[in-house]
Design a protein around this ligand. Structure first.
Ligand code: FAD
Ligand code: NAD
Length: 398
């Protein structure tokens, strides 16, 4: 190892940003060289992306310039795309250069899981980034414009959401709020518009509190969403989806929210993965790689009983970022590492304007109270990463 250790953090998502912020606070001058690499020069607030995707908010409100978050005197920021990770050489290959490291933190976020379903990767859209939600928003508006020119094509007005996990449910709430606005703007009869959710499991939000799930489904049905529960998407074509036993639903808009997997760069690097995610050790390191930490959607952390992995969330990614920074500082100072323990504070899902469901600190919430709770969680996040100035700049939009 060189005299000053080199720490390279890949991805400025929830895990990468929290690691960077903690390192810049805890490391002394000249204790380490820290570099943060991200595809864009902004961090995006993924937990807000269902809104700009549906067009109920502007994508600008979900992004924060990285220069506003990190202290560039303490952390080098490199705007670039990682194309390869080479653990054997301790190098990361970027689209426009190479970085060497002593410690590597991988927080590149997940990728949509398509389960090999034919046509999904080619024909469906995903809610993953600012660019992906811009595309969805524009695409939805374009379908209304197309319909005005070809009024026999009602499939232009059929919107399909594949998967009723948290992402699908939050997006449905926003889309259902946006449709009446678009109908007015384009002079379209709202009765012609269909929003269809297709969920393979026997319930929406599988595994979540059944009473709250029922409430969510009722709220969304009232707003015009049709649920096809217990029905799997089998294929996606340029003309719609094939579901169940071969039924075809015609649509020009399929939003796939069927789950996430780990980033392919990790398995391509020869790091052991399970369905694309790395089963990390107690200190969040990749097995067999003591200098590589894996955070967020790319990591698999099992609950204390060792039974089930925690779902990939911003909440766990943030806590991992804090733990990872602590362990990096400890490694550099030859101090003992701290095991990662997840403190689950619950989950809140919005259902459109003023409506939400959630479980927090062991209590159930629904309706306006849950929506306020969601807002409080979003504000807290802004405060953690950017303090009062960021809360004042962005808080009113969340
Ligand atoms: P991400 O936040 O995904 O960040 C990854 C970063 O890496 C990005 O900045 C990306 O641009 C960058 N990157 C990717 N590839 C490359 C590359 N090759 N080179 C350089 N940079 C790259 N979780 C919750 O806990 N609460 C919620 O309310 C919640 N709401 C959500 C709502 C929606 C609509 C969605 C989609 C997810 C939601 N989640 C929520 C889940 C949460 O957003 C993710 O679990 C979280 O973003 C994962 O964080 P991460 O640090 O692993 O990566
Ligand atoms: P998910 O894996 O939680 O849900 C995907 C859903 O798609 C599941 O219900 C699954 O049964 C369904 N599905 C899978 N294959 C299907 C098929 N062929 N046909 C029809 N349905 C199919 O994925 P997500 O909703 O994108 O969430 C990803 C992670 O992000 C989760 O951990 C979630 O908790 C988290 N998240 C949290 C929030 C929040 O806390 N508000 C919001 C969004 C996402």
């Amino acid at each position: 190892m060189s005299s000053i250790p080199k720490i390279v953090i890949l991805g400025a998502g929830y895990g990468g940003v929290l690691t960077s912020l903690r390192l810049q606070k805890e490391l002394n001058y000249n204790e380490a060289d820290v570099t943060l690499v991200n595809k864009h020069d902004y961090h995006y607030i993924t937990t807000h992306l269902h809104m700009p995707a549906a067009g109920t908010d502007n994508p600008e409100n979900a992004r924060v310039n990285i220069s506003k978050l990190i202290d560039e005197f303490k952390i080098d920021f490199v705007k670039s795309t990682v194309v390869q990770i080479r653990p054997q050489d301790r190098k990361v290959i970027l689209e426009d250069g190479t970085l060497s490291y002593d410690y590597l933190i991988i927080g590149l976020g997940g990728e949509p899981e398509t389960f090999g379903i034919p046509g999904l990767a080619e024909n469906a859209m995903n809610i993953r980034s600012i660019n992906s939600v811009r595309l969805i928003r524009e695409h939805i508006e374009y379908q209304f414009a197309r319909f005005k020119r070809e009024p026999h094509r009602t499939d232009y007005l059929t919107f399909i959401v594949g998967g009723a996990g948290f992402t699908g449910i939050e997006f449905l709430g926003e889309l259902a709020d946006r449709i009446p606005e678009l109908c007015k703007q384009f002079d379209v009869d709202p009765a012609l518009v269909k929003i269809i959710n297709i969920e393979a499991a026997p319930t929406a939000l599988p595994g979540f509190d059944p009473e709250l799930v029922e409430y969510a489904v009722q709220v969304l049905q009232k707003k015009g969403v049709t649920f096809r529960i217990g029905t799997a998407v089998k294929e996606c074509t340029p003309d719609g989806v094939v579901v169940g036993e071969g039924e075809e639903i015609k649509s020009q808009t399929v939003i796939w929210t069927g789950g996430v997997r780990g980033n392919r760069l990790i398995e391509e690097a020869g790091i052991e993965t399970m369905r694309g995610r790395v089963k990390v050790d107690e200190f969040l390191r990749a097995p067999g790689h003591e200098n590589i930490y894996i955070l967020g959607d790319n990591s698999l952390v099992f609950n204390e009983e060792g039974g089930r992995p925690y779902p990939p969330t911003a909440q766990i990614a943030m806590q991992q970022g804090v733990n990872c920074a602590h362990n990096l500082v400890a490694s550099i100072r030859n101090q003992p590492l701290k095991s990662f323990v997840f403190h689950n504070k619950g989950a809140v899902a919005s259902l459109g304007k003023g409506e939400a469901i959630g479980v927090a600190f062991g209590k159930k919430y629904k309706g306006r109270t849950a929506a306020l709770l969601k807002k409080a969680i979003d504000l807290r996040y802004l405060f953690i990463i950017g303090g009062i100035p960021l809360v004042l700049r962005k808080g009113k939009f969340l």
